[in-house]
Ligand binder design. Structure first.
Ligand SMILES: Nc1nc2c(c(=O)[nH]1)N[C@H]1C(S)=C(S)[C@@H](COP(=O)(O)O)O[C@H]1N2
Ligand SMILES: [Mo]
Length: 330
């Protein structure tokens, strides 16, 4: 058995604030490496990639990346690539922050097909690379990231605005919400053979939230391909919401009429709502949201800072929730 010495920044992540603590059962043991033999990008993936024009080759891999200066606040100091890609929540690959990186290596995410359907005029099943090409390639945006467990990072994401995908799908007037279904691959992903969550991971947004210019589909980090542990090849990013809204490794996007449920709400509705807006005044039932640990800064426990309303995107998004009781719609 491998005894891993926890890094200093892992220490404070004790059961006290874990999203999984509600399970009240022994933490499942992740059988490491039993799916690592899965071949990475196989012949089919390489062939598909070679069909791309040179300018967009590896588009879902995050290249080429134009930095969008509108989303590059110089006051935000990006977290190191190493921490962003090794301190993860991805229960399909284990429930410890350090599990997803080693456990997702070799999992095959290329080629990848995504299905866009529901109440739209242009339903398609499309290769992830082709989708990125249709979206006009990728740009980089530096966003704050805040987990409901009261820690935060700053992440330079590569990807495209979700509004472009919505325009491409061409929703019918009845479409009011959009859902994101992530992969279901229990054969190759041991975490999905255990009931740690209700698989597959599922998320939803109101259509106007999804259409907001901040909402983003990530395909890369720091100009590099988005690693498996961060949700390759397509992953939702909604910077004013808690991280659990950011479904990873999406296979299906549906436009629907009624407000959908989401995985964490199904697991514990009193703790995780549909809105999941970062809100320092609404505590999680088991801990405060008033402050947050900054990952990678200030030693073992992380420098603490005050949590900002809507994760600092108050000006941009407050109008979406005008007149709503945010303690009720949490
Ligand atoms: N498919 C899937 N997506 C997921 C999760 C997960 O367990 N499975 N965890 C969520 C949670 S709780 C958080 S905080 C973020 C973590 O993203 P990161 O590992 O890139 O920081 O992913 C979200 N997306
Ligand atoms: Mo989270």
């Amino acid at each position: 058995m491998l005894i891993r010495v926890p890094k200093s920044w892992e220490l404070p992540e004790s059961a006290a604030t874990s999203e999984s603590a509600y399970l009240l059962r022994p933490k499942p043991v992740t059988p490491r490496r039993d799916f690592l033999k899965t071949i990475g990008a196989g012949a089919a993936g390489l062939a598909a990639a070679s069909l791309l024009p040179a300018s967009l080759r590896g588009a879902t891999a995050g290249f080429p990346t134009k930095v969008n200066p509108a989303y590059r606040d110089p006051a935000l100091k990006p977290t190191s690539y190493e921490l962003i890609t090794s301190y993860n929540n991805f229960y399909e690959f284990g429930t410890d922050k350090a599990d997803p990186k080693p456990n997702s290596q070799g999992w095959k995410t290329e080629p990848w097909t995504v299905e866009i359907g529901g109440l739209i005029n242009n339903p398609v099943k499309i290769d992830a690379n082709d989708l990125v090409m249709k979206m006009g390639g990728v740009e980089q945006r530096v966003y704050r990231f805040r987990c409901v467990e009261a820690w935060s990072m700053v992440i330079p994401w590569d990807g495209f605005p979700l509004s472009k995908l919505i325009a491409f799908a061409d929703p019918k007037p009845e479409a009011k919400f959009i859902t994101f279904t992530t992969f279901n691959d229990p054969k190759n992903v041991p975490g999905q053979r255990r009931p740690s969550l209700d698989w597959p991971y599922f998320e939803g947004l109101r259509l106007d939230e999804a259409n907001h210019d901040l909402s983003f589909i990530a395909t890369g980090i720091y100009g590099k391909p988005i690693p498996n542990q961060n949700g390759a090849p397509l992953r939702l990013v909604v910077p004013w919401k808690y991280g659990f809204k950011y479904g990873k490794s999406i296979v299906k996007i549906d436009f629907v009429a009624k407000q959908p449920r989401n995985t964490w709400q199904v697991m514990a509705a009193n703790e995780y709502g549909f809105y999941a807006n970062v809100n320092p005044t609404v505590d999680h039932p088991r801990w405060s949201q008033a402050s947050e640990r900054v990952i990678g800064e200030g030693g073992a426990f992380g420098r603490r800072q005050r949590t900002l309303m809507f994760n600092g995107y108050d000006k941009e998004v407050a109008a979406l929730y005008k007149g709503m009781d945010l303690a009720k719609f949490y």
